[in-house]
Design a protein around this ligand. Structure first.
Ligand SMILES: N[C@@H](CCC(=O)N[C@@H](CS)C(=O)NCC(=O)O)C(=O)O
Length: 381
């Protein structure tokens, strides 16, 4: 049996995980695309058992496992499973030659900060560019159908995706994208129109700004011809960006066109890494090149995490009741904030509190001189 990666091109975390696998020299079987029905049944059973605590979780801290996504899952041929892209990268680093975490603590922090910002607000930007900016032309649904057909056959796949598009559009609000009241999306099918929500400030402009400055930051970091953000080898931050922007590039034509115009170097870099084999390296340097991306993370991500953590203190979700998406849909545990000069209203997300605490702790543990190196490059925690 080979390593197997449960994957979808629609998922930035899947593309990130595949990039990491390739970087460490693994060439996993990609399911459901290349699975077949027997394999699909085996994987489904393993995932169901894992959700009940049965099976060998290979994460650093398995007891803290709370979320079971649909993708990505890595099933190494030696047994066990992982179901988080960061954990997959760190597992590969523990078990294979090479590293995706820079050796210098300040550089490692910079990589982690960019990775987390891409995984949280970069995800909002991706979901928005897919279902709003590229809403008329995205190939997300046929692509997903093709992937699922690899295991379940065409009829089942077509049935599945009928509900998928409208469901993702309904989730736009939870994923931070709120249309202005009365916005004209008259050429969208009724169940695919980007939703507004009464009492919630519109965020389309804000998400465009976030996406553009993330893109500009990558373009700047690659400007001096280096292979990756920090030097000659892939880091977790690179993998997160290749996952996020790579998924957009291959799935969302209108957004891809904007990327080609605005960030051509980034697009060539993405294509090379999505087709070829990403490589690991030894030289990772921290400097002005990463400053715009670090600024972006400090402006578009950290304030949101901070405001979310403050709201969390006011309504302790650990006391029970719905959290995250369920709470959002019921209109409870909401809070108001401001990001890059734009007002927003959203729900308390407990997993973001965890992320914010981890980042804060990592920064606190740095030496004063590393902290000031990072502050000089625009990091504000
Ligand atoms: N923290 C996880 C996140 C994985 C994740 O959120 N996956 C999404 C797809 S992008 C998912 O499976 N969502 C479940 C659903 O859509 O029902 C990671 O980094 O891998």
């Amino acid at each position: 049996m080979r390593d197997t990666l449960q994957f979808s091109l629609l998922s930035p975390f899947s593309v990130k995980a595949r990039t990491l696998c390739w970087g460490f020299g693994l060439n996993p079987r990609i399911t459901p695309q290349d699975g077949g029905p027997l394999n699909a049944a085996r994987i489904e059973a393993t995932m169901q058992l894992a959700a009940r605590g049965i099976g060998k979780c290979l994460h650093r801290n398995p007891s803290a496992l709370e979320e079971f996504p649909l993708v990505p899952w890595l099933f190494p041929e030696s047994g066990g499973y992982l179901c988080d892209s960061t954990e997959i990268g760190l597992y590969l680093e523990r078990t294979h030659e090479g590293a995706v975490t820079p050796g210098d603590p300040a550089t490692a922090f910079a990589s982690r900060l960019i990775e987390e910002a891409v995984d949280e607000v970069g995800l909002y930007a991706l979901h928005h560019t897919r279902w709003v900016t590229s809403g008329r032309t995205t190939i997300a649904m046929p692509k997903l159908a093709e992937e699922i057909a690899g295991s379940l056959g065409r009829p089942a796949a077509s049935l599945f995706i009928k509900k998928f598009g409208p469901r993702q559009v309904r989730r736009l609000n939870y994923l931070f994208s709120v249309a202005p009241e009365g916005a004209d999306f008259s050429d969208f099918p009724t169940d695919m129109k980007p939703p507004a929500r009464a009492g919630f400030p519109p965020t389309h402009e804000l998400l465009d700004t976030i996406w553009f400055s993330m893109l500009d930051g990558v373009e700047h970091a690659l400007a001096d011809g280096r292979d990756y953000l920090f030097g000659d080898g892939l880091t977790m931050a690179d993998a997160a960006l290749i996952g996020n922007l790579g998924s957009t590039l291959l799935v969302d034509p209108e957004a891809a066109e904007i990327m080609e115009d605005r960030a051509p170097r980034t697009v060539s870099w993405l294509r090379a890494n999505l087709e070829g084999t990403p490589k690991l390296g030894e030289v990772h340097e921290l400097g002005e090149s990463q400053s715009p991306l670090l600024n972006w993370a400090s402006e578009a991500f950290i304030p949101l995490m901070k405001q979310n953590a403050e709201a969390y203190e006011r309504c302790p979700v650990e006391e029970g009741g719905p959290r995250n998406e369920k709470a959002y849909n019921r209109g409870i545990n909401l809070f108001d904030g401001e990001l890059m000069g734009h007002p927003y209203r959203t729900v308390v997300k407990d997993f973001q509190v965890k992320t914010y605490r981890e980042i804060g702790k990592l920064f606190e543990d740095l030496t004063d001189s590393d902290k000031s190196r990072l502050r000089d490059l625009g990091v504000e925690i």
